[in-house]
Design a protein around this ligand. Structure first.
Ligand code: NAP
Length: 280
């Protein structure tokens, strides 16, 4: 990579940010297209977020991704946000329009793109989403528009109810699933798609986010975690179609790349770069 006076800077603000795969993914795409851009990770402590955002204008940075823990807090420091980001309530991508900073959310659409390319349809489906955090909020916004029913099951029922109330502004097909419902064989076998949005599965000795004995082979099981989790392993043994979170990571990045550069990125190069890093 040849950095010059003309090189345009994009990057990611997060804390911690050491393990992010976005720099290798984006830089591989810039290199492939011979675009004079460079993607840099910035470790931004929560108390420095406002200053870091001002720095985008001061340093003429083209745009940044925003990751944990700043996706919601950052909204207060932007000039405007897209309708999607407003509905979802969080921002993962900022573009600098001549000093005017606009926030977008590409996480939810990124997940939907990953389903589409796996030929998984969500329209009129019964979907169970485990977890009610930021990622669940981003994907839940898109899922509820198409699904027959979207059930939310979460460790804290209060948070599940908060997400249900939020999504009820858009669609009245969102329900909170309590433990007793999740344990019902009738309820469970009627589900079409099950999505883990919790971090359970990141560590190999984590408990499963649900009772995997209940899974049936007609069901699609998704995990937002990038790797093959124990849940996905068991589900594929049963015969379920499974997808991990790598597609979501890829497509949220593709959509951010398009916003910053106005250019369609080389999706397969980005995918291959991510795969190579997972295999390391
Ligand atoms: P978050 O806002 O902190 O929400 C975490 C959710 O998981 C909450 O509902 C929380 O329940 C639940 N949870 C956490 N620990 C749990 C445990 N030990 N047992 C049961 N439930 C637990 O996090 P997030 O931003 O939504 O991220 C969630 C996951 O999605 C992470 O693994 C993240 O890496 C992944 N993710 C992937 C992508 C991608 O591109 N593939 C993008 C974004 C996020 P409570 O409400 O009860 O605390």
């Amino acid at each position: 990579m040849n950095i010059s006076g003309k090189t345009k800077i994009v990057g990611i603000f997060g804390y911690p940010v050491e393990h992010t795969l976005s720099p290798v993914m984006h830089n591989s795409a810039f290199k492939h297209l011979n675009l004079d851009f460079c993607y840099v990770p910035f470790s931004v402590r929560p108390e420095m977020l406002e200053n870091a955002i001002k720095g985008i204008r001061a340093l003429n940075i083209v745009g940044v991704n925003i990751t944990i823990p700043h996706k919601e807090a950052v909204i207060a420091f932007l000039d405007d946000i897209s309708d999607e980001a407003r509905f979802i309530g969080s921002v993962n991508t900022i573009k600098n329009f001549d000093g005017k900073l606009i926030g977008f959310n590409t996480d939810g659409k990124g997940f939907i793109k990953s389903l589409e390319e796996a030929n998984i349809k969500i329209d009129n489906k019964k979907i169970l989403m485990i977890g009610a955090g930021g990622a669940a909020r981003a994907i839940g916004f898109y899922l509820c528009q198409e699904a027959d029913k979207l059930y939310i099951y979460n460790r804290s029922i209060k948070r599940a109810e908060m997400l249900q109330n939020h999504l009820a502004h858009f669609k009245n097909n969102v329900l909170v699933a309590k433990e007793s419902l999740i344990c019902s064989k009738e309820f469970f076998s009627d589900l079409d798609i099950i999505i883990n949005t919790t971090p359970l599965g990141l560590k190999s000795d984590d408990p499963l986010p649900l009772n995997a004995d209940m899974l049936k082979k007609h069901q699609v099981v998704c995990d937002l975690i990038y790797k093959q989790t124990n849940l996905l392993h068991i589900a594929s043994t049963i015969g379920c179609k499974t997808i991990n979170g790598m597609g979501m990571l890829l497509w949220q990045g593709v959509l951010a790349f398009e916003k910053w550069t106005g250019i369609q990125p080389p999706v397969e190069i980005m995918r291959r770069t991510l795969m190579n890093h997972f295999l390391k």
